[in-house]
Design a protein around this ligand. Structure first.
Ligand code: ADP
Ligand code: ZN
Ligand code: ZN
Length: 664
């Protein structure tokens, strides 16, 4: 074997093209596909990935590669294909996409992938599977068939909260493992609680389960990666990036809570884990299960087209769904409860709950103490100097915090504009709910769970454990308390206000419905009946009405009609282009130039909206202008857009972000 003389390399830059390099004699045996190499690139040494062999290089003078870093390939052919597909669809560089697929330490050149001796698996005492009920049986059957046939299919498992979806995943995986194959289970980062991990570990044994999430040290992630490549691991449970886990003989992908916006990556490549999971399933000929109590409108629409719909309508053991009461806060205002956080009903319900020695969860989608700070004398609202947003007051640190750039400063005692003393903290955040609770119910044991409270490693797990052991009566929190938690003594869930509904985003009704349904699903999961109280200023909105009746179908019917009429997804696909610059005029003119090119070069069926200022016009001192492209299909957008963008140069000091299927 002479080995490889020329290779194709994807370098770690946001470039769509790959480059050809020559392989020096000494490296010809090592320079195989899927390994990282150092390559000279414009007078620099860059990290690259060998993505192919080349018979004859495209250019006459090819530079030689530098050192081959890995002993063993870090990505196999399937993952390379997947990343190439992602780069194309999401308009990102291939090298940049490969970087996303690697664990942190391998994104740099320091660590190398070594060949390892496989460790012998340790034999487990597994937790016994439940005997499935009829609905679960019916859902599992077609999944097992697809596993047996090694056939890709996308299943949408729509099951109300606590209907036993996870048990269906577990039994599908069990079957898969008995066939010597492996599974990837994706859960949103915030649902990746010790509770979730424990369920997989106790069923399949610790050795057979690998866990990947962003809270881990990089060295731990790398260790898990190595374990996954060895044969002992059968199940990878993790957040979005676990999608790229190098499992051997992948036979199933589960994406739980498929509607979760956190499955979309904010930075390039701006991929959606659902779409990538389906693509990986196709490449591996593995079925994909999308699970949710509140499927995204896009997925449910597909359920009647490409996807196979499976439904679980009842909670396990027919535990009833909790009763939901809507409280019209406009009427509370009229009843002399002006300025109060809790309606009379909610306050009474909390009191009862404490008396009965049961537990409550209170949800509010805003952290901090107050959501804006205003001077009563001159009316000024204190804004972040770098972003066009108001500052939040955090009581623990007595500071003003920008939730966009995280800048923090001391809270002023006098107004910086007029020097008056009447600076007031307005709007409600979780810290305020917590302190108000402590005032009204001094005997209650209260904890708060939001990104502030869980910043320290391990604190998230500790709060949940204390709640489980009933050392906490009331848990106040943001989305973190809305999802996935399973505590049988929780009989009351209170939604302080429905803030998501009023965002200028066509998905705001869907978000509200999802959040309310999910948070309501935390109540009454055990023997004790649950009760939910939703405080709102818009009690008649269809998202709130449908959520209060746990009626997904009613919500979907209204929502899909509205989307059809406005030709919004799933009836179209969107691409959002954002140009940002420290200079407002630069960002604006660059966005105009891009608009021109798009008008000339995109197919006529593509609608071009904008340029318009982004909803938050300025973040981290950068001004942002946006264009929205709306086309009948992805094909009408991505290919032509990539071609069009080659005809315009983004000026120095301006940055263009392309977001395919944007979520906000
Ligand atoms: P979901 O994922 O839909 O929220 P889970 O799978 O977590 O539902 O099930 C809810 C609870 O019911 C869990 O405690 C689970 O162990 C239990 N469970 C699931 N399936 C069964 C079954 N067939 N028989 C008895 N208990 C079950
Ligand atoms: Zn003032
Ligand atoms: Zn800011």
């Amino acid at each position: 074997m002479k080995g490889t003389r020329y290779v194709e390399v994807a370098v770690d830059l946001p470039l769509t093209s790959t480059f050809h390099y020559q392989v020096p004699q000494a490296s010809r045996q090592q320079a195989t596909v899927g390994k990282r190499v150092w390559v000279p690139f414009r007078n620099r040494q860059l990290l690259g990935m060998v993505v192919g062999r080349v018979k004859r290089p495209e250019v006459a003078r090819v530079k030689p590669i530098g050192q081959v870093i890995d002993e063993e390939p870090v990505l196999d052919g399937e993952l390379l294909d997947l990343t190439r597909w992602m780069a194309e669809v999401y308009q990102a560089g291939w090298g940049e996409t490969i970087r996303t697929a690697l664990p942190g330490p391998l994104r740099r050149g320091r660590f190398r992938m070594e060949s390892r001796v496989e460790e012998a698996p340790v034999a487990v005492i597994p937790s016994a599977p439940h005997t499935l009920n009829t609905e679960q049986e019916r859902a599992l059957k077609p999944i097992l068939q697809a596993i047996a046939r090694q056939e890709h299919q996308t299943f949408l498992l729509h099951g109300v909260t606590a209907s036993g979806k996870t048990e269906v995943y577990l039994q599908a995986i069990q079957d898969l493992i008995s066939r010597g194959r492996s599974a990837i289970v994706l859960v949103p980062e915030i649902s990746l609680t010790p509770q979730t991990i424990e369920r997989f570990q106790s069923r399949f044994g610790r050795e057979a389960v690998a866990v990947l999430h962003s809270g881990m040290l990089e060295s731990q992630r790398l260790k898990e990666w190595h374990r996954i490549r060895s044969s002992e691991v059968r199940v990878v449970v993790g957040a979005r990036s676990a999608l790229f886990a190098p499992v051997r003989s992948l036979g199933l992908i589960v994406l739980d809570e498929e509607h979760e916006p956190s499955y979309k990556q904010a930075d390039s490549p701006r991929y959606h884990a659902r779409e990538v999971a389906i693509r990986r399933g196709e490449l591996a000929r593995a079925p994909v299960i999308l699970g949710s109590a509140t499927p995204s409108v896009e997925s449910y629409y597909q359920a009647h087209r490409g996807y196979h719909l499976l439904e679980l309508r009842e909670r396990i053991e027919e535990v009833p769904l909790p009763e939901v009461q809507i409280v019209d806060m406009r009427r509370e205002f009229g009843r002399g409860r002006r300025g109060k956080i809790f309606s009379r009903s909610l306050e009474e319900a909390i009191g009862n709950c404490l008396q009965q020695k049961e537990q409550a969860i209170l949800f509010l989608n805003r952290r901090g103490f107050s959501t804006f700070v205003q001077c009563r004398s001159c009316g000024q609202v204190l804004k972040c100097s770098a972003c066009q947003v108001s500052l939040n007051y955090h009581i623990a640190t007595q500071s003003l915090v920008c939730h966009y750039c995280h800048a923090s400063s001391q809270a002023p005692e006098i107004c910086p504009h007029c020097q008056s003393e009447y600076v007031r903290f307005q709007g409600i955040g979780t810290q305020r709910v917590e302190s108000e609770l402590a005032r009204i119910f001094p005997q209650a044991r209260i904890a708060r769970m939001d990104t502030d409270a869980t910043r320290l490693r391990g604190s998230h797990a500790r709060i949940l454990n204390d709640f489980k052991e009933h050392k906490i009566d009331i848990l106040v929190g943001t989305q973190m308390v809305a999802k996935g938690l399973d505590f049988p003594r929780v009989t009351l869930v209170g939604v302080i206000s429905d803030t998501a509904l009023h965002l200028a985003d066509f998905r705001s009704a869907e978000r509200t419905f999802n959040l309310l349904t999910q948070v309501a699903g935390r109540a009454g999961r055990g023997r004790l009946p649950g009760r939910v109280i939703v405080q709102t200023y818009t009690p008649h909105h269809y998202a709130i009405q449908a959520a209060s009746r746990h009626d997904y179908q009613a919500f979907y019917a209204q929502e899909i009609a509205a989307r059809r009429q406005l030709r919004l997804p799933p009836f179209s696909r969107l691409v959002q282009l954002t140009v940002r610059s420290l200079k407002e005029s630069k960002a604006f003119s660059a966005s105009q130039e891009i608009e021109q090119v798009c008008r000339q070069r995109l197919p006529s069926e593509v609608e071009i909206l904008g340029p318009a200022p982004a909803m938050i016009h300025r973040i981290r001192r950068q001004y942002r202008w946006q264009l929205l492209l709306k086309g009948p299909s992805l094909d009408s957008l991505t290919g032509p857009l990539a071609a069009a963008l080659r005809h315009c140069t983004v000026p120095r000091g301006c940055y263009l972000a392309v977001d395919v299927d944007p979520l906000s």
